[in-house]
Design a protein around this ligand. Structure first.
Ligand SMILES: Nc1ncnc2c1ncn2[C@@H]1O[C@H](COP(=O)(O)OP(=O)(O)OP(=O)(O)O)[C@@H](O)[C@H]1O
Ligand SMILES: [Mg+2]
Length: 242
């Protein structure tokens, strides 16, 4: 049984159908990418899956439990965590305190939360930032902080919404390494939204493509990037060979 099973979700905003009858499944420990042009509905799909929006239609199952309509904190407690396209750490508090906020998803004990947060920071080699104020960090470190906070919630799966956008190649490589490490050492499944095709190709075992809210292709990366509909809708000829 798939870990995440999205069955025909539709999300409308007034007359706009942002996500239309979208289905996707992700197995335990797998890395899957969701790609598509701006406004295709990727973030909206994430928001439905993670409980931020109720779908107009369709169902979402996680680890054998229907999670459609559950609140984000309930979804998170079941082991599905996410990061946001626009990073929003609590700026005035320390990195450690930010990561503790994630850990409180699973415990109300401050000591345990601190331990879990320290573990998450150490897992990514970020202990040296523990005492820094989050708002003082450069964007790349804030993006890494978001992932550490999501890890501290103790997830079976993580949704990453453009975790590498706006980063320089070397910084993006660090985030790629974080994703690989979570997958390989902790068996955490990853669903990632990403525009940088090099990142998508190097990380994902499967790619799904959204266009105007609809899934137009899904398959292994090398097939998907050669799909005519995907090239026309999103990639353009230039990206296929690069
Ligand atoms: N809260 C909202 N209210 C109304 N319309 C929305 C809302 N959120 C998203 N939309 C619209 O839904 C469509 C899908 O947006 P979404 O943010 O999901 O796209 P995306 O694929 O994540 O794009 P990007 O690559 O630019 O992040 C867009 O037309 C967007 O304007
Ligand atoms: Mg988006």
């Amino acid at each position: 049984m798939a870990l995440l099973d999205v069955q025909g979700i539709t999300k409308r905003f007034g007359g706009l159908v942002a996500v239309n009858d979208f289905s996707l499944s992700v197995d335990r420990g797998h890395i899957v990418a969701l790609i598509g042009p701006n406004g295709a509905g990727k973030t909206t799909a994430f928001n439905v899956i993670a409980g931020f929006y109720k779908p107009n239609d369709g169902k979402v199952f996680f680890d054998g439990v229907e999670i459609t309509g559950l609140r984000p904190d309930q979804v998170c407690k079941l082991g599905l965590s996410r990061t946001f396209q626009v990073v929003r750490p609590f700026g005035s508090i320390s990195v450690l305190d930010n990561v503790m906020v994630g850990a409180y998803a699973r415990t109300s004990d401050t000591r345990v939360a601190r331990e879990k947060a320290e573990e998450a920071l150490e897992f990514f080699g970020m202990q040296k930032f523990s005492g820094s104020t989050a708002s003082g960090l450069p964007i790349a470190s804030r993006k890494r902080l978001e992932i550490a906070r999501a890890l501290a919630t103790g997830p079976k799966m993580m949704l990453l919404d453009e975790a590498m956008a706006g980063l320089r190649p070397a910084e993006a490589d660090e985030v790629i390494a974080m994703v690989r490490k979570m997958s390989e050492e902790k068996g955490i499944a990853i669903l990632l939204v990403e525009h940088v095709m090099k990142v998508v190709m190097s990380l994902s075992e499967r790619i799904a493509v959204l266009h105007h809210g609809e899934k137009i292709a899904e398959g292994n990366p090398s097939d998907v990037v050669q799909d005519k509909q995907v090239i026309d809708a999103y990639l353009g000829e230039a990206n296929v060979t690069s």
